[in-house]
Write a protein that binds this ligand. Structure first.
Ligand code: BGC
Length: 813
């Protein structure tokens, strides 16, 4: 649709401000000039309750002369999209496309004039946009474009008076979050012939959210088709993971010389683009990728001596750039791209280091509260809520209601967000309490649980090692605690006591229901311990230490592979560090085998994957249903890279006081982290030099800090400025003497070189036993190689004995 308003001004314009929004997505022009640099404005909100407007200074857009035209092109965007699974989508927002605008003119003679949307506007459905949808893409026939369409008096076809509908006054509010913009242009790094004759596949080298821009010259009527995908399979675009999202744009040339086009009202998740119908053989010379996303200010940087970890960190940043797309989305490519609450609950702590997400997320929280109120207290799984509600609350997803506001408060000291969200936070826990038993354990209702842990079969993403009720009860305890803390911050003493008491009771209940007297948590999984440590659910210090030891043991038994899904992953590395299990943390973090944070990096990932193995080790795509290559949840460990490994964390809300606690890990020579706090740059890092550890920290102006030295030896008060400390590195332990019979599996796993020697020796001797050793061994204390390789032929035992004896003598043992 196009809407236009012709008007005349008899006087000199000193200033012109245009405020506008739409049902649908809009682009505006005045007198032939495009207005603003937003993409897919006005962004996505719960449109029938909250529609955001944008304002632009358009003084310079208005041409000389008294006649002017204000024009708006509007397409479906999120407003007209259909939502739902398996192609059974339906529209969530009813009604026709429409616009709301007001041009406010200040004249030099002091007059103030408004040009609002009213019955004097005209509309036409004849535009060059043949079709447009967020998921399916856009088709544009340049032959239908009327040059200068937004110039006063240019004739447009099929113009008719616009229909005026009334809306409540408070329905439109000014936008407070950074808009979606084009944030970077990327050239193709490779162009190869596509499967069809005359087609090409362009590789942009980076998985992004966005679209491409064409510069093309050719005959009138030539049709260029662009299909987008994140990965290739057998030299073709892999489109199965996209489900029903076509991600296809079409451009029909007008044949008027060089034509420049980029779709306006759609975006895609992609690294590869298949181009058909390009007029010559070098599409890479005329096509560049345009990365789009909410234009958030980058605040965190992290560097280390490990190229793989640095690349992982960069991938987390890219996944955040792509998935903070007007709202915090789950993915960028398939027919979802929805505001799944659990994903941002997992990622918000990491996100708050990487970007200034305060405006973006606090705006989204308003939609969360609207959706929650509509579902009688049960926070929707996705916000804005465009899919049918779940009948009962879901732990870890609904808890975004408490987790996100609290994270914004901790990182940005935004008490207003707590004030605004408090009733919603309280309503969430009150709703969950109706599902918990009287002892406050939460074991009823359907749960998603620790989504996509590495043991989840491809077709059953919620089948996890951690018991669903353990996870749900832990989250209830956490949310109760956050509500109590929020009440305290807001000075609501009675409520702080009431919810504090409930939080204490639910922690006690967690221990009674799920923790054995000896300190084992039910379902004995990495997630259960990581969460119990992070949420402080241990009944006493001794049990807390037991949790830490058991977590370290489980991680080792699993061969230093992660064993957590969406809900456990944010806490895994941090909980190991919290209890001083640095060695286990370093092995886990530096692991490159599947499943691990670095495995996708070794497979060429440029973003964070939804599954630990979205791409299987043989290079094929995971056959499961949920296989995106751009989901940020597993990137949540970035929080620990900053707060734990580099040791940089706010000790008071908004970084007014800073805690420095660098934690050097084996396998790394240095780590440096910087966060641009509201006060300036805070830095923390460490490096190894000649048996010493050098610690460097910077405290920004007008703040204070304290440093806990890596060995825990001292706490030092710090004032603003840069500080350096040098301590002795821990002495290396005496190397292990290796013995096939007497050295237990845990000891071998903890001796990286010995473990490698063993695996290689078995691999040389027998493929079947190699698989058995690497895929099925639990690296436990008091269990031995002979048990792990029961009935192994003499060739295997001989190979191990020889390799061990060689290694022992190399170690001088
Ligand atoms: C989304 C997830 C989400 C999940 C919940 C998926 O389809 O992509 O990220 O949290 O559903 O089950």
């Amino acid at each position: 649709m196009r809407f236009i308003k012709d008007f005349t001004v008899d006087g000199k314009i000193a200033r012109a401000v245009l405020t506008l929004t739409a049902h649908g997505a809009y682009e505006a022009q005045i007198d032939g000039q495009p207005v603003g640099d937003h993409a897919i404005a006005p962004g996505w909100t719960t449109y029938h309750s909250r529609l955001l407007s944008q304002s632009f200074d358009v003084t310079r857009h208005l041409g000389a002369g008294s006649g002017h035209r204000l024009g708006m092109t509007v397409a479906a965007g999120w407003f007209g999209e259909t939502y739902g699974y398996f192609g059974r989508g339906s529209r969530a927002y009813q009604g026709p496309l429409g616009v709301v605008a007001n041009l406010h003119l200040s004249l030099t003679d002091g007059r103030e004039i408004d040009v609002p949307t009213d019955g004097s506007w005209f509309a036409t459905s004849r535009t060059p946009i043949l079709s447009s949808g967020i998921y399916n893409g856009e088709a544009f026939d340049a032959r239908l474009e009327i040059p200068g369409w937004s110039n006063h008096d240019t004739q447009l076809p099929e113009l008719a008076p616009a229909t005026v509908t009334q809306r409540p006054q408070d329905y439109v509010r000014p936008e407070t979050a950074p808009p979606v913009r084009r944030t970077q242009y990327l050239d193709a790094v490779a162009s190869t012939p596509g499967p069809e004759k005359g087609s090409f596949i362009l590789d942009f080298g980076q998985n992004i959210a966005g679209r491409v821009e064409l510069r093309v010259q050719g005959e009138r009527g030539t049709e260029v088709t662009l299909r987008h995908a994140e990965v290739l399979e057998n030299g073709e675009l892999a489109t199965r993971p996209l489900r029903n999202a076509a991600q296809t744009d079409r451009y029909i040339l007008a044949g008027t010389g060089e034509e420049i086009w980029e779709p306006s009202f759609t975006y895609h998740g992609f690294r590869f683009v298949e181009v058909k119908g390009w007029p010559d053989v070098h599409p890479e010379q005329g096509i560049r990728a345009v990365a789009c996303g909410s234009d958030l200010k980058r605040t965190g940087s992290w560097k280390s001596s490990s190229a793989l970890l640095d690349k992982f960190h960069e991938n987390v940043v890219w996944s955040a750039r792509a998935n903070f797309f007007s709202i915090p989305t789950d993915c960028t490519q398939r027919d979802e791209r929805l505001g799944w609450t659990g994903d941002i609950a997992a990622f918000v702590d990491a996100a708050s280091y990487l970007f200034d997400v305060a405006g973006h997320l606090s705006s989204w929280l308003e939609d969360l509260a609207i959706g929650q109120a509509a579902e009688c207290g049960n926070t929707p799984l996705i916000v804005p809520a465009v899919l049918p509600p779940f009948p009962s609350p879901i732990a870890g997803w609904g808890d975004a209601t408490t987790i996100v506001p609290w994270a914004l408060f901790e990182n940005f000291a935004d008490t207003s967000v707590l004030e605004r969200q408090f009733e919603s936070m309280r309503l969430w826990v009150d709703t969950v309490l109706k599902y918990a038993d009287e002892d406050l354990a939460w074991s009823t209702g359907g749960q998603i649980g620790d989504h996509l842990d590495p043991t989840a079969p491809p077709d059953r993403p919620t089948e996890a090692k951690a018991a669903k009720e353990v996870v749900a009860s832990a989250y209830l305890a956490r949310s109760l605690r956050l509500v109590a803390r929020t009440a305290a911050v807001l000075g609501k003493r009675a409520l702080a006591d009431e919810y504090g008491d409930l939080a204490d009771r639910s922690a006690t209940s967690f221990a009674r229901h799920y923790v054995s007297p000896a300190g084992r948590i039910m379902s004995d999984s990495q997630t259960a311990y990581a969460m119990a440590i992070a949420f402080e659910l241990a009944p006493n210090t001794a049990t807390r230490k037991t949790f830490g030891r058991r977590l370290a043991e489980l991680v080792r038994e699993n061969g230093y592979h992660v064993g957590t899904g969406f809900l456990g992953t944010p806490f895994l590395l941090g909980s190991l560090l919290k209890d001083g299990h640095h060695y286990q943390a370093s092995r886990l973090l530096n692991q490159t085998e599947n499943p691990s944070w670095l495995y996708p990096v070794t497979m060429g990932a440029t973003s964070v994957w939804e599954r630990w193995d979205s791409l299987l080790p043989d290079g094929s795509i995971n056959p499961g249903e949920m296989v995106s290559f751009n989901h940020y949840a597993f990137g949540s460990v970035a929080h620990t890279l900053y707060a734990g490994v580099a040791g940089l964390a706010p000790a008071k809300p908004g970084w007014a006081r800073i805690s420095f606690h660098p934690q050097p890990l084996e396998g790394l020579d240095y780590v440096d982290a910087t966060v641009e706090t509201p006060y300036g740059h805070a830095k923390s890092g460490w490096s190894r030099e000649d048996g010493k550890i050098r610690v460097n920290v910077t405290v920004p102006p007008n703040t204070s800090g304290y440093l806990t030295l890596p060995d825990g030896s001292a706490k030092v008060e710090l004032s603003a400025g840069s500080h350096q400390f040098v301590i002795d590195a821990e002495e290396k332990v005496r190397p292990l003497a290796l013995d096939r019979i007497r050295t237990d599996l845990a000891a071998i796993m903890d001796d990286e070189a010995a473990h490698r020697t063993l695996v290689e020796a078995v691999g040389r001797a027998d493929e079947g036993y190699h698989r058995r050793l690497t895929q099925h061994t639990q690296w436990k204390r008091n269990e031995y190689i002979s048990e792990a390789l029961m009935f192994a032929p003499a060739s295997v035992t001989k190979a191990i004995d020889e390799a061990f004896s060689e290694m022992n003598s190399a170690r001088g043992l």
